[in-house]
Design a protein around this ligand. Structure first.
Ligand SMILES: *[C@@H]1O[C@H](CO)[C@@H](O)[C@H](O)[C@H]1NC(C)=O
Ligand SMILES: *[C@@H]1O[C@H](CO)[C@@H](O)[C@H](O)[C@H]1NC(C)=O
Length: 458
């Protein structure tokens, strides 16, 4: 489900708790502005040349530490000194690229490289619908290329050819759900690309379904006859219990087996997944105790009010040394499965998601290995203002809450290089695909190593 819908469930309580908190936070942020202004002016005048040089070296190396970003202060950019700032490897100004769909609007974007062409990328995102009433949801797809600050569709975007696999058996108040797919993730497994999306479930109201993306994306058409597993849309099973709305699963692979990871917090749950979508028993119990200790120590603390942790993206496997290093040999001690989760806050009817990286062992028992101590900040994210053009605040009588930052929601991570599927190294470029305010989509390319700053090891 998308964020709008999610917020409809139980947003009132959040609102009450949070008014006072928001006021306090806003004042706090004001207080922080002055030192930044002073420091910034001094920095700019005294050592601008040095900083420029440093920035160049940094970008070249690809390992950035955004907390020292020289371009602050910018009044539209909120204090994010507690974040690790990410700069694009290739965009003209280091900011993220906006996905451009020409006639449509789509959010929560995913980008994978084209299977064969160097400068063509496949993008998929959730179509934005501004009309009233129920509507059929679509996940839009097009082939795209980079142009300035945009990733632009080279042809008209088309809906993925998917439909509700089973009839609606949702209980009230979910009975009137719109049909069609929601929140698609497009990503590579070890050999093939996959699509996962939410849709009506055979076990509960909304479940998650997986399909080999070659069956759905035109550039893979010639491979369709060879697809054996998940050639049909397949519901991802899970150990009991089921929620009314299931969401945010990701798959991971290890030693030829496939697993579904259902949740990270407050309880971790994952199981092996068969070719027909049947799940085995919950394997998270094996490491629950040590995972629990690591989570208690390093997971961002949830404040009062409406805050939660959501696992967010697909997974990738990463070896923590450089491809360019001749001594770098992947093994079970340096190779981990990586995923991004969000710490979500929901104040004044506006959700904000802060992304963190988690690594877990790439072989059984898959214990959690490390968690980011600081959230990631995508260069180009700013304060929530009219310029954001958030769909939530269009139309008369809508007030943008002050002191908020733009809601960026990372949906997928994929290696940028043609032919690189699941596994990579610190110096490999990786795409982060994300949604902005349930309105637009963006993508940023960074070195995988940029995501590893400030990890705390369990
Ligand atoms: C940064 O982190 C410190 C320590 O957790 C906290 O006290 C401070 O409020 C944070 N600053 C911002 C701007 O979030
Ligand atoms: C990984 O580390 C363990 C414990 O230190 C060691 O016994 C094992 O041999 C290592 N594996 C490899 C492939 O180096």
């Amino acid at each position: 489900m998308d964020h709008e819908e999610e917020h409809l469930l139980g947003s009132e309580e959040a609102e009450q708790v949070v008014r006072a908190e928001k006021a306090a936070k806003f004042q706090h942020e004001r207080r922080r502005t002055l030192p930044w202004v002073m420091g910034g002016i001094a920095g700019v005048f005294a050592i601008s040349t040095l900083l420029l040089l440093a920035a160049l070296v940094w970008r070249k190396d690809g390992f950035t530490d955004g907390s020292k970003d020289a371009t602050y202060p910018d009044p539209t950019v909120p204090d994010h000194s507690n974040h690790t700032e990410l700069l694009s490897l290739t965009s003209p100004d280091g900011k993220f690229y906006t996905m451009w769909w020409s006639t449509a609007d789509a959010y929560n974007g995913n980008v994978i490289p084209h299977p064969r062409k160097q400068d063509v990328f496949l993008m998929v995102a959730h179509e934005r619908y501004d009309g009233a009433g129920a509507h059929k949801r679509h996940e839009l797809f097009c082939e795209a290329h980079f142009q300035g600050n945009y990733l632009v569709c080279a042809n008209d975007a088309v809906p993925l050819p998917v439909s509700d696999p089973v009839p609606n058996t949702c209980p009230e108040p979910f009975q009137r759900r719109d049909g069609g797919p929601r929140d698609a993730r497009v990503f590579y497994g070890p050999d093939h690309p996959y699509v996962i999306y939410g849709s009506l479930s055979q076990y509960t109201c909304i479940g998650l379904w997986v399909q080999d993306a070659r069956m759905l994306l035109e550039p893979f058409r010639s491979e369709r006859e060879f697809v054996e597993v998940y050639n049909e849309i397949t519901e991802i099973g899970r150990p009991e219990p089921w929620s009314v709305i299931e969401k945010n699963y990701f798959l991971f692979w290890s030693e030829g087996k496939r697993y579904a990871h259902y949740n990270l917090y407050p309880e971790r749950h994952f199981a092996e997944l068969d070719d027909d979508g049947t799940a085995g028993t919950d394997l998270a119990l094996v490491t629950a105790e040590q995972d629990g200790q690591c989570i208690a120590k390093y997971m961002p603390e949830l404040g009062p009010g409406k805050e939660s942790i959501h696992q967010a993206t697909n997974s990738l496997s990463i070896t923590l040394c450089k491809r360019s290093d001749v001594n770098c040999e992947p093994d079970e001690n340096n190779t981990f499965i990586m995923e991004i989760f969000h710490h979500k806050t929901y104040f004044n009817f506006h959700g904000v998601y802060e992304p963190y990286v988690v690594l877990f062992q790439s072989v059984a028992p898959f214990a959690i290995h490390a968690i980011s101590t600081r959230p990631l900040w995508i260069h180009g994210r700013t304060a929530l203002t009219e310029k954001t053009r958030s769909a939530q605040y269009r139309g008369p009588g809508k007030t943008i809450p002050s002191g908020h930052t733009e809601m960026f929601y990372i949906t997928s991570i994929n290696w940028r290089t043609v032919g690189q599927h699941y596994h990579g190294y610190l110096d490999d470029p990786v795409f982060l695909g994300f949604g902005i305010e349930d309105t637009r989509s963006g993508v940023m390319d960074v070195r995988a190593g940029d995501l590893m700053h400030g990890l705390a090891y369990c």
